[in-house]
Ligand binder design. Structure first.
Ligand code: FUB
Length: 363
């Protein structure tokens, strides 16, 4: 395991809003100063799903690698093969990078692309949920995304994958939320490379569209939500749409790219309200919508984070030590879309529960 002490001090400086860097402060290609610094520099990390387990903070992230694949709309350049888990005792403290926790070669049903994972804990077992392409071949010669589960007795792994993906799962970006009554729900899905647009009435079309449905005046494709079985390895019911509506209760339309769901769902609960948060993909926002129950509908409220450096934006939100924190990623270290680095910054709530939009760059 490797410690990232240098970055710890950098992250602390960023969190404290200190001017520690002076003239040497890192800037993006447009000359902007970053709001926060990467949590680790030894490996590339993205899609951070943070959790507090046993008083420590664990970040279940994608482990980006350079496979030399050019950028395309399917996301082929995101060719990740394994997961490594980050751990810290406190925000701003040293970050430990765990060894490989799960490798695609040890997942019997998966072929490639170990994308954004999440984790959960129940009754002494840690669960890692992860998307990957199966071994079928679509019109591009690529598998269909499914969602797998692997288990361990340790939050750092190693994890053992189930031999099959979760029955009834499809698409990608799983995020498992456990409500205050102990019931767990999985939010998942993504359009374009995430393939949601290929499902009609639950049936997958391997020759379906690679991007939008081009139905701008109709309700946008929704992310998905489903209650987990008590074994945390199955779905307990048919998958439902997590519908996002506007202030009049009308579903957000497909052409509304600043507000519609694209990928990267994350749910949290605060003051009895359910915050459904997600990425808008091609417009690069992290948004939030609020509902009265875990299934929604969720009323669109606004942007959480303005576009970061890089194409993707993907996040998680946790409460720690009386404050709320946004884990996100950009491409500060590499300048390349597919080689990202995880960061963290404080998330503030207004007295009415709204979230003032965060700028990933300093003023
Ligand atoms: O990291 C690969 C994919 O890019 C994720 O699954 C998406 O959420 C986007 O971040």
């Amino acid at each position: 395991m490797a410690h990232s002490r240098l970055l710890t001090s950098l992250a602390l400086a960023a969190l404290c809003g200190s001017a520690a860097y002076g003239a040497d402060e890192p800037r993006d290609p447009e000359g902007r100063r970053y709001r926060a610094q990467p949590l680790v520099t030894e490996i590339y990390t993205a899609d951070p799903s943070a959790h507090v387990f046993d008083g420590k903070i664990y970040v279940y992230a994608s482990h980006d690698i350079d496979a030399g694949i050019p950028d395309d709309d399917l996301g082929n350049q995101y060719a990740m093969r394994d997961y490594r888990i980050l751990r810290m005792d406190r925000i701003g403290g040293p970050v430990t990078i765990g060894p490989v926790a799960l490798d695609v070669k040890d997942v019997p049903w998966a072929s490639q692309q170990m994308w954004a994972p999440d984790a959960a804990y129940k009754n002494g077992t840690y669960y890692l949920y992860f998307p990957a392409r199966d071994r079928t071949k679509d019109k591009n010669g690529l598998g269909a995304f499914k969602i797998g589960v692997a288990t361990s007795k340790s939050p750092m792994g190693p994890l053992k994958a189930e031999p099959q993906p979760i029955a009834g799962s499809f698409s990608m970006d799983p995020a498992v939320f456990t409500d205050t009554d102990g019931t767990s729900y999985m939010y998942f899905g993504g359009i374009w490379g995430g393939q949601l647009q290929r499902y009609k009435n639950g049936v997958y079309d391997p020759n379906g569209s690679d991007t939008d449905l081009m139905q701008d005046d109709q309700a946008a494709i929704s992310g998905k939500v489903v209650r987990m079985g008590s074994d945390m390895k199955s779905f307990a019911e048919p998958v439902r749409d997590a519908v996002i509506v506007d202030e009049k209760g009308q579903p957000i339309k497909g052409g509304d790219h600043d507000r519609r769901f694209f990928e990267a769902a994350w749910m949290f609960k605060r003051d009895g309200k359910y915050y459904y948060t997600y990425s808008t993909g091609d417009t690069h926002f992290l948004n939030y919508a609020i509902g009265d129950n875990p299934y929604g509908p969720f009323t669109y409220k606004g942007h959480i984070l303005k576009p970061v450096q890089g194409w993707t934006t993907h996040h998680s939100i946790i409460e720690w030590d009386g404050k709320w924190w946004l884990f996100y990623a950009d491409t500060q270290l590499s300048g390349k879309n597919h080689l990202r680095n995880v960061k963290v910054t404080e998330l503030i709530f207004a007295p009415d529960g709204s979230i003032p939009t965060i700028d990933p760059f300093k003023p």
